[in-house]
Ligand binder design. Sequence first.
Ligand code: ZN
Length: 111
Amino acid sequence: MTPRRPPKPLSARTERRVDERSLARLAQDRVRLAKLSPGGAPDRPITVESSSLVELRASALPCPRCTGEPRVDEHTAHSVDGELLRAARTSCKQCGFARVVWFRIEQRLVN
Ligand SMILES: [Zn+2]
């Protein structure tokens, strides 16, 4: 009687490939989510009280692709539908992923 062979385990390489694939899918989901999150588009800006906070806040948002730390490359003002918005263009220090984070400046009025 020949013993039945147990099913062949996945080779380490196959497992790694599966991991990489699911990681890539996860990264895609995070990138998609980042676009839907506050700051991800001009119609959903992050509200800050002063323009000096734009770069601070933008660099505090982890890279959606690798969760690395982004660097602010450019900070520009845009008029969108009559509203003045700020856009921080960032790129990830780790993977280079580039994105734009949108802000609205809402100054607190002091009487
Ligand atoms: Zn990254």
